[in-house]
Design a protein around this ligand. Sequence first.
Ligand SMILES: Cc1cc2nc3c(=O)[nH]c(=O)nc-3n(C[C@H](O)[C@H](O)[C@H](O)COP(=O)(O)O)c2cc1C
Length: 156
Amino acid sequence: MKTLIIYDSFFGNTEQVAKAISEAIGSASEVKVCKVGEVKREQLNGINLLIVGSPTRAFRPSPATNKFLKNIPANSLNGVKAASFDTRMSIEDIKVRILRFLVNMFGYAAKPISEKLRKKGAEIAVSPEGFLVNDTKGPLKEGELERAKEWAKKLK
Ligand SMILES: Cc1cc2nc3c(=O)[nH]c(=O)nc-3n(C[C@H](O)[C@H](O)[C@H](O)COP(=O)(O)O)c2cc1C
């Protein structure tokens, strides 16, 4: 199974999750991990599984992730399985009440990523998932890399 994992990352946390996911998908399949700004359109040709991960920034995917998703040609993901994940802060760690309210209202990056992938023709293989960081810049909370691997195994 030819798999492409595309991620964005400012502080390295989403990159770590992307790499953990690639390990979990395993050597039996052909897995490539690529930062979103470096991916070339041809890399989408012939893939069976596309996984896109982004840090949540202002309740959304990062600008580079949005740009990548927007530039995927219409219907070019027909027949491709896809999944998305994000990294995010835990709601309990957000001390400012208004921010908590906004987070509940506007959510995180993973779900809109999956929606956009579906609109380009992909079949969403597992529910979008979020992995938690401590503070604004991380590090990842304990156990999150293991949780990412378990999530990824559902895609095998
Ligand atoms: C400018 C900025 C905006 C952020 N917005 C959100 C947000 O809306 N929701 C959230 O849960 N975390 C938010 N965070 C925390 C990020 O999700 C966190 O930095 C990210 O998961 C780290 O991943 P990275 O190391 O791959 O960049 C924000 C962080 C920054 C710096």
